[in-house]
Design a protein around this ligand. Sequence first.
Ligand code: ZN
Length: 241
Amino acid sequence: MYPILLALIAGLCTGLGALIIFIFKPTRVFMSASIGFASGIMLTLAFTGLLHESMEISYILAIIGFVLGALLILILDSLLPHMQFSILEKGIIDKKRFKTAMLIATGVALHNIPEGFAIAAGFYHLPAFGLFVAVAIALHNIPEGIAIALPIISAGGSRKKALTISFLSGLSEPLGAVIGVLLLSFALELIPIALAFAAGVMVYLTVDELLPMAQRYKHPHGMGFGVIAGCVVAILISTII
Ligand SMILES: [Zn+2]
């Protein structure tokens, strides 16, 4: 139950992101930096956390899991809606913008499933490592919540709608943890593959979706600074936990 609870708390942080934009209006530099921040956390977690732990057990399984994780997203990507969007771009009718906003929310909700799975895999490997994965993902989810809520509001959606949708998209996180618990509690030998699999998913999603999303807010250095800040924060969390 513990990894599922951790994933639920991490998932709820997506809703927290929506609350933040009720307080102030995000600028382009804020958006590119905060999505960059979410990316930096993800990459550090994947390489220095998940993949590293998997490689300590088996290099071969780490490579297999990593490639399988990336391949899964590559395949899903061609079948499912993508996190493409056009927020802050003028001259687009609201209906279309709202549809785009919903695509972002769906994209984040879908990618929260493997994140929840990563929390479960981390937990079965080592409970303290599971906690680190959960905290890192929770922090990464706050900017994602902002990235969901902002397009909804600028498409004319109400605050309540923005908050509800970002909260709902966070709920797929415990779903991923349930899948992880069901799979790994019966097959502990799959843990190294599961850790590397989660890393493969995260690296692919970050490079293919989060970083391009940050770039669309068009600020020359916001994303870069955000990525570095995210990396630093993830390293700090890993040393604290
Ligand atoms: Zn995420």
